[in-house]
Structure formats: C-alpha cells, structure tokens
Design a protein around this ligand. Structure first.
Ligand code: SF4
Length: 220
C-alpha cells in the first residue's frame, strides 16, 4: 500500500495506490497512519501540524463498521450483546429501509469517547476506521472513493448483524431515531466483512469494484 504526498489546489494532500494484490484493510490503515505522521500534510481545518489536541473531526458524522464495534466493545463492555453495546455507545438512525449506525455524540455533538478536558480520544488505539482515516487535507478522487467504499461495506455488515441479532433473540433492534423505520435483512446482504474479526483479514481487492481496483493499482 502506497500513500504519497500530492499537491492538490496548491496545498499538500495525499494519494493512495495499491502495489500488492494481497493488500488488506489493515495495510491501508497502517500506511495512512504513517502518512499522517510523516508526510507533512496540510491541516486545512485545524491549522496545526498534528492531530493531538484537535477534536474537530470528533464532531462529524462517525459511521461504524462491524470491526470497529468488535474492537471498541472489547475495550468497553466485552460481555455486552451487540444491541446492548449499540444502545450505550452508538446512534442508530432508521429512515424507511435505510439504516445509519454512527458513534453516539451526546449533548454537545461530540463523540462519547472524547475526553472533553484534554480534547483527546479516550480509546485512541481502538478508534474506528473513519477516525483513523480522517485526514483534514485534500485527497485524490481514488483515495476518497476507497475510504468511502471500505466504510460503507463495513457499516452495511454491521447493520446486517444488528438485524440478525434481533431476529435470533426475537427482540426489536435498538433504534435511537426512527422515521417510518422499516429495515429489511434482504437490503443488507453479506459484504466482504462477513465472518471477519480483524482488518488484516479483509483484502482490498474484495472491497473494490473492478473499476476502482484498476485505478488504484495504476502508479501515477
Ligand atoms: S472515537 Fe476517538 S477519535 Fe474517533 S471521534 Fe471518538 S473521540 Fe474522536
């Protein structure tokens, strides 16, 4: 996985490319985390060099993948069932058949895991994929599309498992905010996240559309 600096609109942003056909989502995360530290990226919003002490992205919509929940649950409430964990730490929005599961952002609109005094994450090592890959500098179209696709597939699998648990237990799935909520399992078929417990088990080529894979494996 290659993350390289790229001038976009006159500031330093980044691009991604895939060199190894066996690259995993974990390889992508490792490369981006390293780039955040070393590439000298422009910090458009915070106007600072490092993320530490900046909580701007902790007030954004924070979609969760099924693996994010496994990692966070292991650190917060390892024995909790999925719906019980979501009730406490997430926000489930259901509008008709569409479901969006995000981190809970209570009262002041910032994430429930943010330490308000230090403005740092209380579970930084287990923070969700969307947090690890939130870089407030410009990115190329293919870099943005890859991130969106991983997040969407991982969230869709979470919704599937949320519905499956409710079916198994015969209870209603937790919904914090609903508008004619009518989620259906058939709208959430299995994704490449199914049965996986770690990002290192998911190949990027299984996530990408053929078109995006072709674009990402081209060195520009
Ligand atoms: S999980 Fe941590 S990094 Fe992510 S939004 Fe919450 S406080 Fe911020």
């Amino acid at each position: 996985m290659i993350v390289s600096a790229k001038k976009i609109s006159d500031v330093t942003g980044y691009d991604v490319a895939i060199a190894d056909p066996e690259a995993t989502v974990q390889d992508y995360l490792n490369a981006l985390n390293e780039a955040i530290e070393n590439l000298g990226l422009h910090r458009g919003r915070a106007r600072r060099r490092t993320c530490k002490g900046c909580d701007l992205c902790c007030a954004e919509r924070l979609p969760l993948t099924v693996i994010d929940v496994l990692r966070l649950r292991a650190e917060t409430a390892p024995d909790a069932a999925l719906n019980a964990w979501l009730e406490r730490y997430a926000h489930v929005l259901a509008e008709g058949p569409v479901v969006d599961i995000t981190m809970s952002r209570p009262i002041d609109g910032r994430c429930c895991l943010l330490d308000r005094a230090s403005r740092t994450c209380r579970l930084y090592s287990a923070r969700p994929l969307v947090c690890q890959t939130f870089i407030c500098s410009p990115q190329t179209k293919r870099a943005r599309r890859l991130r969106d696709l991983i997040v969407n597939k991982g969230e869709d699998q979470l919704v599937r498992e949320w519905l499956l648990e409710a079916r198994r237990t015969g209870s209603d799935p937790v919904i914090h905010e609903g508008y004619n909520a009518a989620p259906r399992l058939k709208d959430y078929p299995p994704t490449p996240f199914e049965g996986k417990e770690k990002y290192s088990q998911i190949l990027l080529r299984d996530i990408c559309t053929p078109g995006l894979w072709k674009e990402l494996t081209l060195r520009l």
